[in-house]
Design a protein around this ligand. Sequence first.
Ligand SMILES: [Zn+2]
Length: 329
Amino acid sequence: MEIKIQEQYVTGGRARPGQNASGHRGSSILEMSEKAPVPACLACSMRMMLRFGEKVVNHWSCPNCGLECIFPQPDDQTLAGIYNSSYFVHYQSELDPEIVRAMKRATYKNQLRRLELGARAAGQKRLLDCGAATGYLAELAREFGWDAFAIEYSEFGARACENLLGPGRVYRGQAEEAAFAANPEGQFSVITMFDFIEHVREPRAVLEWARQRLDSQGVLLLTTPCAGSLSWRLMGRQWFHYTSREHLWFFSAESLRIVLEESGFRSVKVRPLAKAVTVGYALVHYARSNSYSRVFTPLARALDAILPAAVKRRRLWFYLGEIAVLARA
Ligand SMILES: [Zn+2]
């Protein structure tokens, strides 16, 4: 019966919130209404409510802990189409790559500083970046003295990471299947997940995997958009992070804490994330054709056309509704 429901709505197979492929995860029972299945919250198991619906994609939220999700999730083919080389188009053509690099490095540097002390104390200094994109964080971590490893789903990004880190240190594919020739036991002192957990089909499985891959004193550093943040409250459906079709999860601080603790993490510390962003980058983000914001997209395109380059290069620190979470294994 359950399998029938799944097949009817999800062509990609593994899309029920919080469930693994075989569909046996206790906290995520689907309920049936007359017309469509209703997801149960990944964090607290509460029946979720439809927040708003698109023609094919529905956006749900938990009335108890504030977790939001896309259900049904896009199928594998749709996601693979999103994560092609043009996914990193802003790294390549729309903006000066050096400006984007400097911007990303400033944000990462700010966060990696939180780890430095832990790294020295731990003795072993292996850091794994999940969702490494073209490797800016891994590169920086290496400059900070870490032995850096990376996991990246896209071929384009994985190749860039390998050029930076060398052979045996980059895995292309899903995190839970990662293996590294340069670290056969697959243990790390730090795992970083910047803008990553909102992309994965099964966050709970990924966090449990990360917990197992960390040393006993290991640390997880994670950033993600935060449902319940100030910009989330102010912008409603036009919120920055809703414009990316590949975002499948929008954690509240509370729901993320629940899932982390249930995955075996402790000392979970949640902070608002300050991000270094140039004016030009913000405009390109909103002018992208896959954005569905009816207000900000035309506005961004107009500003992008008229603002002088010097203004677009300005780098400012913003709180863009994201959180940075530090948790101990
Ligand atoms: Zn919940």
